[in-house]
Design a protein around this ligand. Structure first.
Ligand code: TPP
Length: 691
């Protein structure tokens, strides 16, 4: 154990030195006493929560015990409600230090309706507090880093001196997102404070199984990254380091990583028993480094508190914690009727003001890729909070498909910039930017390469609003070129809508022509929730997908299908590249005396059930056609709804046509055998018409 006085000296030295501008100037003893109180409060809350858990009043606890000193030190060095925070589940003391109250913590722990973190949607210890700028945390280890980087990028763009705190345990530094975040933050010298709380264990896995070195050494090589190591059980030493690290961030010196050597005094969580994998001696040694007695003896020695004061404080804290828990226990449980509310802002997509199905005026014909470009130009000119980034989007490349051509020249490289070649970074930073009011419109270069960002999309982007009970939102538009028929082989031909349609909280748009693309992209950008905006590569420059350009006020509502062709005998429900193939097949059927109606869904989430059911009620026969893999494709959803809702109107079973249950091969004859052709649609229509 280190000499507590050594830490006190370090604290004094720092108090005279370069402090964090704007941090409250507190007499040293008062600061130590405040820290001591917050540490005791956190510890008692851990104890109380474990009692309540044993009483069956909650289902999960994950403790901060042993980590309190460095957490309170970090909170003390920051400006509550001014700086930004991405704490992790073990950061109870940090959150208390920033100003979260015990009542709020127990409302969450007991899953009450008034839980301010998540409305009792998330498990306990997933902190969120908008007025303290504690951004909602989800559960995957490591997703928080890139969001913190995006948030810090927002501070830089706004020209403020705010600092963004992000934390995790040492095990989580094995995640790729950690290194992506260090890379981006150090490259742009962003004001991010990475606080790595090294308790040596990730559940049962020792750090020696994570890395051959220390986390501190692991971070070497990132230029502009200031690295610190500290005994995180020593409050005074930790505060000293935290103040220095924060002050550097504020001065524009770039990010800092503080690796704090701490102890985990409790098992990983209430579901764990650490005696199964740690020796008695190891556990005893941990107890000897408990940060609370350590600070207590420092205060006693410095005359800051007497033994009687300490005892009285413990009593007061016990009463405070009991009262907070009792208060929370008496509050109502959530109403089950609210269980699915707040997935999207309005539960049902509302068109932005002024949205209409027809443009007020039309101009010269444009192709789809230019429609995308023009929508971006118009919206960026209108809203300075829009930022556009992705791989190769800057001029003079302007995107590999040229969708972003001219944007960086016109709007500057602060608003339009190349990202590193890292999809998780693109989405993660966008989530961070969006949470503080920016409107990121990001590009994933190919749908085939969206998968590294899957975790950020599924667990973070799509759930932000729901999991924070409307406390935070993620209005990010993710533009993604998709689709085949371009001899792109397995990894330049994929369709992805069915996979993502399964993620509540994410809109999915899939236009088939230039006018729709422009009107839908403008609506997507003005919306309040995340949108996956799918652009078919094969349609980008097709003349048949071009349209007279709608005027700049044209905003197309989501969830409104387009009747691409009217008919009375068979309905085709389709979207994307199969709209044209369906229309061609329909024209051939007309020559045979069969009248085919073609509906272009335009948006997948939400999809226009009413239009589909209305058409099927008229025709009694329906073919659902999409390019994506047939099995579990989106057509299965449409068919199931038709079978249930329009059963009595049907004269034939709903039919589906989709891509083969195979990756898309490169060679044209092989590709044609896998992707649906006009002839496949024709055969389906013939079969349905004669059923
Ligand atoms: C991506 C992901 N994988 C696995 C888990 C399950 N899990 C939760 S916490 C944890 C260990 C984290 O250890 P560490 O980062 O060292 O932090 P500590 O809990 O020790 O403070 C694991 C494996 C998860 N939540 N997310």
């Amino acid at each position: 154990m280190m000499n507590p006085r050594a830490g006190a000296k370090a604290g004094r030295r720092q108090a005279k030195g370069a402090g964090a501008p704007g941090a409250p100037a507190m007499p040293e003893t008062a600061l130590l006493k405040a820290a001591y109180r917050q540490m005791l409060l956190t510890r008692r809350m851990d104890e109380k929560m474990m009692i309540l858990l044993k009483q069956g009043k909650s289902f999960f606890h994950i403790g901060a015990s042993g980590h309190e000193a460095v957490q309170i030190a970090a909170a003390s060095a920051l400006r509550p409600g001014g700086d930004w925070a991405y704490p992790y589940y073990r950061d109870l003391a940090f959150c208390i230090g920033l100003g979260m109250t015990p009542e709020e913590v127990f409302l969450s722990f007991l899953g009450k309706a008034e839980d301010p973190m998540s409305g009792a949607r998330q498990m306990p210890s997933h902190y969120s507090m908008p007025h303290l700028r504690i951004v909602s945390q989800s559960s995957p280890t490591g997703t928080q880093y890139l969001q913190a980087v995006g948030c810090a990028l927002g501070s830089k763009l706004e020209g403020t001196d705010e600092v963004t705190y992000v934390s995790s345990g040492e095990g989580t530094t094995s995640q790729g997102d950690f290194h992506e975040a260090l890379n981006w933050a150090s490259r742009e010298k962003l004001p991010v404070l990475f606080c790595i709380q090294d308790n040596k264990y990730a559940i049962s896995v020792h750090i020696s199984q994570q890395t051959t070195t220390t986390v501190h050494d692991l971070c070497a090589g990132y230029v502009n990254l200031r690295r610190y190591q500290v005994d995180g059980t020593d409050f005074a030493a930790s505060y000293d380091i935290m103040r220095e690290a924060v002050a550097g961030c504020r001065r524009g010196e770039g990010p800092a990583v503080v690796v704090a050597d701490v102890v985990r005094l409790l098992p990983h969580s209430s579901s764990d028993n650490q005696a199964k994998y740690r020796s008695r001696e190891d556990l005893e040694a941990q107890k000897a480094r408990d940060p609370i007695p350590r600070l207590e003896s420092l205060l006693l020695a410095a005359g800051g508190v007497s033994a009687e004061d300490a005892e009285a404080l413990r009593d007061e804290i016990r009463r405070t914690v009991d009262a907070a828990a009792d208060h929370a226990a008496g509050r109502p449980d959530p109403d089950p009727a609210t269980a699915t509310s707040g997935v999207w802002r309005d539960d049902v997509y509302l068109p932005p003001p002024g949205a209409s199905l027809t443009p007020a005026a039309k101009g010269e014909p444009i192709v789809l890729v230019d429609a995308i470009n023009h929508a971006l130009v118009e919206e960026m000119a209108r809203n300075p909070r829009i930022v556009v980034y992705g791989e190769d989007v800057e001029d003079h490349k302007g995107g590999v498909f040229t969708a972003t051509t001219g944007l960086s020249v016109r709007f500057g490289r602060e608003r339009v910039f190349n990202s590193p070649l890292a999809e998780s970074s693109i989405i993660g930073t966008a989530v961070g930017l969006a949470s503080r009011g920016f409107r990121p419109v990001v590009e994933i270069q190919f749908g085939d390469y969206i998968w590294p960002a899957m975790n950020q999309i599924r667990n973070e982007l799509a759930t932000m609003r729901y999991r924070s009970a409307n406390g935070w939102s993620s209005p990010v538009v993710v533009r993604v070129p998709v689709g085949g028929y371009i001899h792109g082989g397995l990894c330049h031909s994929q369709n992805i809508e069915a996979t993502f349609a399964h993620f509540p909280g994410l809109y999915i748009v899939y236009p088939s022509n230039a006018a729709d693309a422009k009107g839908l992209l403008k609506s997507a950008i003005r919306g309040e929730d995340p949108v996956l905006f799918l652009e078919h590569k094969g349609l980008y420059r097709q003349i048949y997908a071009s349209s007279p350009e709608p005027d700049d006020s044209f905003l197309l509502p989501f969830g409104r299908a387009r009747v691409a062709r009217e008919g009375s005998d068979v309905t085709v429900v389709t979207y994307g590249a199969l709209v044209k193939r369906s229309l061609d097949a329909a024209a051939k059927m007309q020559a045979r005396g069969v009248s085919v109606e073609v509906l272009d869904l335009r948006t997948i989430i939400p999809w226009d059930r009413e239009a589909v059911l209305e058409s099927v009620a008229k025709t009694g026969r329906v073919l659902i056609a999409h390019e994506d893999v047939l099995t579990a494709g989106f057509g299965a959803e449409v068919a199931a709804v038709i079978a249930r809702e329009a059963f009595e109107a049907l004269d034939a079973p709903p039919m589906r046509i989709g891509g083969g249950d195979s990756p898309v091969p490169y060679s044209p004859p092989l590709e044609a055998a896998v992707l649906p052709q006009e002839s496949d649609i024709l055969r389906g229509l013939e079969e349905l018409a004669s059923y």
